[in-house]
Design a binder for this molecule. Structure first.
Ligand code: PHE
Length: 459
């Protein structure tokens, strides 16, 4: 066990790491706009049901895989494909070791592609943070409307901001992220939550809040389209960091005594709660503005207007975008750490070299989403603007496919007694039953829902 693994053996430390990776732009930036695109309350209802029917079983499965094999996803699937009957692997040989390895590579590729896209949005957050900081010095007036336009029209600015973000995470990951990460994640999350709660309560006293809450929480199922199932599953996987192999890596850092199912439940519940609070903060603002565009820019088109109205709003703006950046930084570190852990274990490369290769690869990929609203404006992919197509293809298609493949490896190739033993760690009589439910969900229910979601997106 190396030094990094040794450190994350505290219960609380691992908990923070998993929460820090789950909690990020997926909750605050992506969730509200996906809900808005899909008609509100009914989608939220569907999403919450899928967190428990699909997200939690998969999350537990990935943590298991990491904890039991002690390695990131690529070496883990290689081991499960090659061995049988060693106490960790199921007692029978597999007929599909190549497919299993393919699943590992898919999730690693997803890590890099999503990190590229994620870094572009982190660049947007940095841009708004800088604008609020400048406004606080009195050098310029705060103009909440123009910030986004400046950014969207200037692809080079986006590339520069993306590079700054990638540089930051490169420095942290190349040194080994153990130092301090537990500590700062532990501080940022509570501060950010308090801030979002204050802002949500401010939003909720706005006139538009009744209408907004009705939209956000009242399930009007007639608004759901066929593709809603697939989109909700994509969002569940993205926000819970499933299908990337991240939770496998974190599971491999987990202490023996920590119960995987209990951890999976807590992470899923906490993450969903944060998304709901984010929705309550954003929707009254959306409804108070007739011209808000429903799409990836939604957060940046609405929240700055709230700050412009609040007394001391500039300081709220700085606090909000700073915390959002730090939360996104935690998630980005999780993504990069996953990619680097895989590259290191498979190619036997030093950490620093693996990190540089991954970051340079990401920067190359990021050029496309970064230029999508300027130099590449008007270009389409599959009939959609590039950023939208990129998001949908990765998150609504590839991610659920990767998550299903990994989950099937876990359930079919991990020794059953080892799986059961994890559930038995929780001292409660109902755990045996819970194990049976989990197995049913991960083996049949969740994959069936994912396949159905994929098919319905074709309609
Ligand atoms: N779950 C993170 C979010 O919601 C994104 C992420 C995915 C982070 C995979 C790490 C690994 O923003």
């Amino acid at each position: 066990m190396d030094a990094r693994k040794a450190r994350w053996t505290t219960h609380f430390g691992f908990y923070l790491l998993a929460i820090g990776s789950a909690f990020g732009l997926g909750n605050i930036w992506r969730f509200p706009y996906i809900v808005a695109e899909n008609g509100g309350g009914a989608f939220v209802f569907l999403y919450l049901a899928l967190v428990f029917l699909v997200g939690m079983p998969f999350l537990i499965g990935e943590l298991f895989l990491g904890k039991v094999t002690g390695s990131p996803v690529l070496p883990a699937v290689r081991r499960l494909g090659a061995n049988h009957g060693d106490g960790v692997t199921a007692g029978h040989p597999t007929r599909r070791p190549r497919l299993m390895l393919g699943a590992g590579y898919l999730s690693m590729g997803l890590c890099l592609m999503v990190l590229a896209y994620y870094s572009v949005i982190c660049g947007w957050v940095l841009h708004f943070l800088a604008r609020f900081v400048v406004a606080s010095t009195g050098l310029s007036q705060l103009d909440p409307g123009s910030g986004l336009q400046v950014l969207l029209n200037n692809g080079w600015l986006q590339i520069m901001l993306t590079s700054v973000h990638l540089l930051v995470i490169m420095v942290v990951v190349s040194r080994g992220i153990e130092d301090g990460i537990e500590r700062w994640i532990g501080k940022v999350i509570p501060v950010f939550l308090v801030l979002v709660l204050i802002l949500a309560s401010r939003s909720l006293v706005m006139e538009s809040s009744t209408e907004a809450l009705r939209f956000f929480l009242y399930p009007d199922f007639s608004r759901l389209t066929w593709s809603a199932l697939g989109q909700a599953i994509g969002q569940v996987c993205f926000t819970l960091s499933i299908g990337f192999g991240s939770m496998v890596t974190f599971g491999s850092y987990m202490h023996e005594s920590v119960s995987v199912p209990a951890m999976g439940f807590r992470v899923a519940a906490f993450d969903s709660l944060v998304s709901l609070i984010a929705g309550m903060m954003i929707f009254p603002l959306v409804f108070s503005r007739a011209d808000a565009d429903v799409g990836p820019t939604l957060l940046f088109e609405t929240v700055p207007f709230l700050f412009a109205r609040l007394p001391g709003g500039v300081w709220f703006g700085i606090g909000f975008f700073l915390c959002l950046y730090l939360a996104a930084l935690g998630a980005s570190l999780g993504l990069l750490e996953t990619a680097v852990a895989n590259v290191r274990e498979t190619m036997k490369m030093p950490r620093a070299k693996a990190t540089i290769i991954a970051v340079v690869g990401c920067l190359y990929i990021a050029v496309i989403p970064a230029l999508s609203s300027s130099a590449l404006e008007g270009q389409t992919l599959m009939g959609m603007p590039i950023l939208v197509a990129w998001d949908k293809f990765l998150i609504n298609w590839l991610l659920p496919i990767a998550a299903v493949l990994i989950s099937q490896i876990v359930v079919r190739r991990l020794d059953r007694q080892t799986q059961q033993a994890e559930f038995d760690k929780i001292p409660s009589a109902s755990m045996g039953r819970l194990y049976a439910h989990w197995r049913f969900a991960i083996r049949y229910l969740a994959p069936a829902l994912c396949v159905l979601g994929l098919i319905l997106q074709l309609i």
